[in-house]
Design a binder for this molecule. Structure first.
Ligand code: PEP
Ligand code: MG
Length: 681
């Protein structure tokens, strides 16, 4: 056994991020690794365990390593801690100058105040269109009554293992579904839940309890709760999200063990409007759609998990609502207007009647939009916009056709590569791409090459551990570094392209060199396969690419703006961080200015520019994007007819000055207010 004493010099100690870095590093070694902080002991391969050490700046840790790779493990751990565990070199204190006081903890700015308009109206942010009218249901997780259940039901270690296996299956499936829909942040949450299920410390603690005679239900529940309490008490907002994740995973396993896995968590069996401080993706996805009329959520923004899932489910939602909404009585009436982002409580009979009329008008509008799904999207003054769909499968392509999409503007291919132990072969990929190309016939299908990276590692390719995976080997960077994997996909695309109108698009391109290398590979493969030149464009997701659009446009065939990532990189806000989701709005003028620059660059060289991020489906964004001159909107499939109908109702000549005004706004909220006012929305 080897050991080492070392001081933690990170400003905020061993909090979430450095702890995760340490655990990820340690997991690569076979040795058993224990960390001591005074009397407290942690399994270094368990994040929960390391977090609960409560090590702060200056804490002395003893690290014990025991096993075949102990020398290398100890050396790497020492070097990682000395270099700050991903937070940079800890600065040694200057001798003469007093250490500067720690920077005040930047609080996440509150969402701009929800001002009551009428006494019974709260303003929030419309996150999914539609109007829901119905009784309030204050959603809270129901306690699973272990005491009653476990009387007469003694479950042991085996039952827990079965339940864990089932939970793993469910979470992998959910993760897969989210990836297929392109919901990366949601996929990451289910992935994190999978990691918690396998946390060795958690498993060991439960095992100990069971060995001592406790039944598995109680042992699991109490271990989860004990860990969640300790993690939450560390008083770090990121850690408290981890505590929520732990409880969420805990409930999933308990429900399986008590045979209630299909039961939605605590929803009454009648239609209700769900009111909550926050909903996890597990909650949102588990609700029975027949009993949920809409959502009214205190936290979150238009890109929060609830918002995205509500849109995918076609349910009205308002987020960022004042927390007084949590005090509303269950069964009192509420009107959630996801179109204008308002919430009316205790409506008078007249207000109720007016809301019902408005809802009927909205439903009629939707019905009409569906009926006219095949009418082209041409503004009242004759400006045409191509409205296409985002797809992840053949079923999506078929649905897109029914919804009147003029093609597929983004076909995500990640789902083919994830959750498997070897890369999909060229033949396997060809078999997936070909029927999609055939289904769409002459209509364009823009197929995006593999977009995975450090945030979504593939088990069959070697990847370095990265401190900042979103800034690491992602998208095109990863493919260019693995030419065999990339060529295999390009060959499958080129061959399938002979059966329809396939075009190719590279994700995460940051500069022209990357595009040139990828295009060259295509050119070589076209010669080898004796197929004609395929149209190839790039996604604009990185600010550098948007700023250089006029240069890139000389060589690429088209641009498709990935506003989900472009917003993340422009605002420097992790798209998966729930603490920032309220502020992550693609209508931020900074993002709009980059979009404007991209369109301008494309048009200067006679190329087209489209949008394939979530922003394209946002009714407040559509007028601005058209006003900026966007040529194509690739939107979620259920939104296709609605966006087309909206385009037909607008006048291009009104939208151009509106878009210019939006570029001059100071905040995303100002842009939303501007659109609302000018277009009477
Ligand atoms: C985007 O970033 O906007 C995009 C469409 O790609 P993804 O969401 O798959 O990263
Ligand atoms: Mg992206």
């Amino acid at each position: 056994m080897k050991q080492l004493e070392i001081t933690i010099n990170n400003e905020t100690g061993l909090h979430a991020r450095p702890a995760k870095t340490l655990v990820n590093l340690v997991k690569q070694f076979k040795s058993n690794i224990t960390i001591w902080h005074g009397e407290k002991k942690a399994n270094a391969k368990s994040l929960i365990s390391v977090l609960t050490l409560g090590a702060s700046k200056g804490s002395q840790l003893k690290i014990e390593v025991n096993g075949e790779d102990e020398d290398i493990a100890l050396a790497e751990i020492e070097s990682a801690i000395l270099s700050g565990l991903g937070e940079g070199e800890p600065v040694s204190e200057p001798a003469a100058k007093p250490a500067s006081p720690p920077a005040p903890q930047e609080e996440v700015p509150p969402v701009e105040e929800s001002k009551p308009v009428k006494a019974n109206v709260l303003k929030g942010v419309g996150a999914a269109p539609g109007i829901a009218i119905g009784p309030v249901y204050q959603f809270q997780h129901q306690e699973i009554p272990i005491n009653e259940i476990s009387d007469g039901l003694i479950l042991g270690w085996e039952s827990l293992q079965d339940a864990l296996a089932r939970a793993r299956e469910q979470l992998s499936k959910l993760n897969h579904q989210m990836v297929e829909k392109g919901l990366k942040a949601e996929a990451a949450i289910f992935d994190a839940h999978l990691g918690l299920l396998d946390d060795p410390e958690l498993t060991e603690a439960v095992h100990d309890r069971i060995q001592k005679g406790q039944d598995a239900l109680k042992a699991w529940k109490e271990t989860i709760e004990d860990s969640a309490v300790v993690v939450a008490a560390l008083n770090d907002p990121i850690l408290s999200a981890r505590a929520d994740d732990l409880r969420d995973v805990g409930r999933r396993v308990l429900r399986i063990m008590v045979g209630a896995e299909d039961k939605a968590d605590s929803l009454p069996d009648k239609p209700v409007v769900v009111v909550a401080r926050e909903l996890s993706p597990s909650d949102t996805i588990s609700f029975n759609k027949d009993f949920v009329l809409g959502f009214c959520i205190v936290n979150g923004g238009p890109t929060s998990h609830t918002a995205i899932l509500a849109r995918a489910l076609g349910l009205p939602a308002v987020v960022s609502v004042d927390e007084s909404v949590l005090k509303l009585e269950n069964d009192s009436y509420i009107i959630v207007n996801g179109i204008n982002g308002s919430v009316m409580f205790n409506p008078s009979p007249e207000e109720l009647q007016a809301a019902e009329q408005e809802r009927n008008a909205w439903l009629e509008k939707r019905r009409l939009a569906l009926e006219q799904a095949n009418v082209p999207a041409i503004t009242a003054d004759g400006h045409e916009v191509e409205v296409v769909g985002n797809a992840g499968s053949l079923a999506d392509a078929e649905k897109a056709l029914k919804m009147g999409a003029a093609g597929i503007g983004l076909l995500r291919t990640e789902f083919l590569f994830l959750e498997r132990t070897t890369a999909p072969s060229e033949a396997e990929q060809f078999d997936v791409y070909r029927p999609i190309a055939e289904t769409m016939g002459k209509l364009p299908v823009i197929i995006r090459t593999l977009d995975v990276g450090g945030d979504k590692p593939l088990p069959y390719i070697e990847m370095q551990h990265e401190e900042n995976p979103f800034l690491g080997e992602r998208g095109i960077r990863l493919c260019l570094n693995r030419p065999e994997l990339f060529r295999q996909q390009l060959r499958a695309i080129l061959r399938a392209g002979q059966y329809g109108n396939l075009q190719v698009m590279f994700p995460m391109v940051g500069d022209i060199e990357e595009y040139r290398r990828a295009r060259l590979m295509l050119d070589e493969l076209e010669i080898e396969l004796k197929v004609p030149r395929i149209v190839a464009g790039i996604m604009i997701e990185v600010p550098s690419a948007a700023l250089m659009a006029d240069v890139l446009a000389k060589e690429v065939d088209f641009f498709s703006i990935g506003t989900n990532d472009l917003t993340q990189y422009t605002l420097a806000m992790d798209r998966g961080n729930p603490l920032l989701s309220a502020k992550q709005d693609g209508l931020h003028p900074a993002v709009l200015r980059l979009i404007a620059k991209t369109i301008e660059g494309a048009h200067k060289h006679g190329k087209w520019a489209g949008i394939c991020g979530e922003l394209g489906s946002d009714p407040y964004a559509v007028p601005i994007l058209i006003g900026l001159g966007i040529d194509e909107l690739s939107v979620t499939i259920p939104s296709v007819p609605l966006v087309k109908a909206q385009v037909r109702d607008l006048k291009f000549s009104d939208l151009q000055p509106l878009a210019q005004q939006a570029l001059e706004c100071a905040t995303a909220r100002e842009v939303r207010e501007l659109v609302k006012k000018q277009l009477n929305m």
